[in-house]
Design a protein around this ligand. Structure first.
Ligand SMILES: Nc1ncnc2c1ncn2[C@@H]1O[C@H](COP(=O)(O)OP(=O)(O)OP(=O)(O)O)[C@@H](O)[C@H]1O
Length: 686
């Protein structure tokens, strides 16, 4: 074999590879991505020279073949691409590749502790991270080219000689270092191809080790050599690079299942595709949110020209979209910078804005075009949308009109079949179908209705201009909600975990609107003012209400509790509850804020309002009971005592619903319940 050249690579540092190896710690595996990418590039370049008519002969079927020789401890990557001449090897390998190795060292000198997103484009020299010797065997596409063989052991000296290779393309053979022998395992290599090279547009084939031919007893010894087989490992198709027009819903769903097998179907997706002012492609999916979703961890896979770079791209997408899944592919994201530098990068910030805008556009389109799907997905979408509203001014402006709320109003369209309607078109020569579509559908599959804030205000403007009643906890506030509903007052549910923050932002932005939680005060609509003023005791000149108020004040003995008597409107005598506990908005917020600052759970404050419903038959009974006991005896009569017990009980129920019980109150409630029930059964048994 003719030695063409023996010499030193023009690098100025001796043996740089141990340094590179150390600075890449756990990232050794990326060498495979780099070498396969080079093979794919070589195939692409061959296609280009062929299209340009600069090549005689056929391109053939492009392929990359990876093979392992466990005995020789070698791993080789072959492509049938453009190949290199001796001069090209000298230029591109000895000079270009190695000068970028030096550049790497310069860049990371002393800064190796800064995490880099993908160590991308390290190139050919990254093979020395795992190899003790690297060989290149290559034949250029050029007519009459001489095949060459290059060897280097990582020291600055190399050897270049003629090779007897006859097929066009390049084979890189790595002799692995002692501690890198995991790369001799077929399963490990397959896994790396799947991770990094799955969507590269060329088939990547694994040479499967030859199985010795099975021999059955008595059979003659076969002389045939066992055959090696090739297995295609990557799936090649990168659908995010296709035009959305060429893709059906099922294509997007299939891709999602491929990326996240055995997961629930996504709610919807956004296809990103632009090449100006930056190049970005990708598909983002809205998943159904699990209650334990970690909103600080990104789920998107980052690619660069179809090559996988990183599982984490928290720096690239706006924080409120982190729970989204899918992939982003952009060659414009700088990858060999630290994560903090990435966050500050102007292009990256513009890309983040672009993504947020695309997501907003998609949501707006869905709201307009398929409201029923929007409403059905709202539970999950709403979290993203509100999170975005809190975090991103620009996003907020785009989506504020499509935030919807579950409401107590029944907004379901009439159930009877919608009549098909046809009208004559303007031109008069055709009939146009104007049957109502479900564009304005406002109910989900459970039949719950949803509305926007604007729609709510408009619907209720006569009765309660710029006033919104809301409920944060349907279970504990159901009595209050029912009371409002019964009097035709519409209540919005703000019961998602994010709503505590969301409502305070909403109030700041909509300062003309007064938001009242259903248990903070009672609207005049709920009260029957006339009944209250009737005087029932001519001797003391007291109204019935005043008597009841006194009765409760004495029975409870809690001066911090403000007792108010009201006659609550209701259709039936027991339609409204006998008593309710109110905590005014301002007071509740102060309590929540203090609890937040002290990082404690908010306790129910001793100062609150007890509304006693004078219209309720039980309260009437209590008043009668207490009045008769006053008439009958001096001191506390048994019926007076019973009235006292019952007053405390009537107070305890709404308190319990407000989760305002401590251990002591719970004990006294249970004791008292037993007393009351004993009395009841006593009198029934007599
Ligand atoms: N398999 C190959 N076939 C043909 N040429 C190759 C092959 N591998 C490397 N080369 C040549 O060697 C050069 C240097 O390769 P290297 O991987 O270091 O950098 P790069 O591919 O140019 O850029 P990067 O990998 O940083 O994106 C390539 O530009 C190419 O000209």
């Amino acid at each position: 074999m003719t030695v063409l050249e023996q010499g030193n690579i023009t690098i100025h540092t001796e043996n740089i590879f141990p340094i590179i190896k150390k600075s890449l710690y756990s990232d050794h595996e990326i060498f495979l991505r780099e070498l396969v990418s080079n093979g794919v590039d070589a195939i692409e370049k061959l296609k280009m020279v062929s299209y340009a008519g600069e090549m005689s002969g056929e391109i053939g079927e492009p392929e990359i073949i990876i093979s392992i020789d466990k005995e020789k401890k070698t791993l080789s990557i072959s492509d049938n691409g453009i190949g290199m001449t001796a001069d090209e090897v000298k230029k591109y390998i000895n000079q270009v590749a190695f000068s970028s190795a030096e550049e790497f060292i310069e860049k990371y000198k002393g800064g190796a502790d800064q995490p880099i997103i993908g160590h991308f484009g390290l190139g050919f020299y990254s093979s020395f991270i795992v190899a003790s010797q690297v060989e290149i065997d290559t034949l250029s596409y050029k007519d009459g080219a001489q095949a060459v063989h290059w060897t280097c052991d990582g020291s600055p000296s190399f050897q270049l000689e003629e090779s007897d290779r006859t097929t066009r393309g390049t084979t890189i053979t790595l002799t692995l270092q002692g501690d890198e022998e995991e790369y001799l395992e077929e399963a490990r290599i397959k896994q790396l191809v799947k991770t990094y090279c799955d969507f590269m547009p060329v088939p990547i084939k694994m040479m499967k080790a030859a199985e010795p031919a099975a021999k059955t007893e008595g059979e003659e010894e076969t002389t045939a050599e066992p055959k090696e087989t090739l297995e295609v490992v990557n799936q090649q198709k990168s659908i995010w690079r296709s035009s959305p027009r060429d893709l059906k819903d099922e294509d997007y769903l299939e891709f999602y299942r491929y990326l996240y097998p055995f997961q629930e179907e996504p709610l919807l997706w956004v296809h990103l595709k632009t090449d100006y002012p930056f190049d970005i492609n990708g598909i983002l999916y809205f998943p159904k949110l699990k209650p334990d979703v970690d909103v600080t961890k990104g789920n998107l896979k980052l690619f660069c020209n179809r090559v996988f770079v990183s599982e984490h791209c928290e720096e690239i997408i706006p924080q409120f979209l982190l729970p989204m899944r899918g992939i982003i592919d952009s060659p414009d994201i700088p990858l060999n910078v630290s994560r903090s530098a990435l966050q500050m990068d102007r292009t990256v910030r513009k890309i983040a804005d672009f993504i947020a805008k695309k997501v907003a556009d998609r949501l707006k389109a869905l709201y307009k075009e398929d409201r029923s799907h929007y409403v059905k997905c709202w539970k999950d979408l709403g979290t993203f949308v509100k999170f975005g509203y809190l975090n991103d001014e620009k996003f907020k402006k785009q989506i504020e009109d499509i935030i919807i709320y579950r409401t107590t109003a029944d907004l379901a369209p009439a159930t009877e079949e919608k009549p098909a309607v046809q009208v004559e078109t303007e031109a008069g020569d055709a009939w146009e179908d104007v049957t109502p579509t479900d564009e304005a559908a406002t109910t989900d599959e459970k039949g719950d209705s949803y509305t926007t804030l604007e729609e709510y205000l408009e619907r209720n403007k006569e009765r309660q201009e710029n006033r919104v009643f809301y409920c944060t906890e349907p279970a504990s506030q159901s009595t209050y909600v029912e009371l409002h509903k019964a009097q035709g007052l519409e209540v919005l549910y703000l019961d998602a975990f994010i709503d505590t923050h969301f409502i305070s932002y909403l109030e700041r932005d909509r300062s003309e609107v007064k938001f009242s939680r259903v248990d903070s005060e009672l609207d005049d609509t709920l009260l029957d003012k006339e009944k209250e003023a009737e005087i029932v005791d001519p001797k003391t000149n007291k109204t019935r209400s005043e008597q009841i108020k006194e009765l409760f004040e004495n029975a409870l003995g809690k001066p911090q509790v403000t007792i108010r008597t009201e006659s609550l409107k209701s259709e039936t005598p027991q339609g409204a509850p006998p008593a309710m506990v109110l905590l005014p908005e301002a007071m509740r917020r102060l309590r929540d804020m203090t609890a937040l600052l002290q990082q404690e759970t908010a306790l129910f404050p001793d100062e609150h309002i007890l509304v006693v419903n004078t219209a309720h038959p039980m309260i009437q009974n209590l008043a009668n009971l207490s009045q008769s006991s006053i008439l009958q005896t001096e001191g506390v009569s048994p019926s007076g005592e019973l009235a006292n017990l019952m007053c405390q009980h009537v107070y305890d129920f709404p308190l319990m619903a407000q989760k305002a019980f401590d251990a002591e109150s719970m004990k006294s409630f249970v004791d008292r319940s037993n007393q009351v029930l004993t009395r009841l059964t006593d009198s029934a048994a007599k």
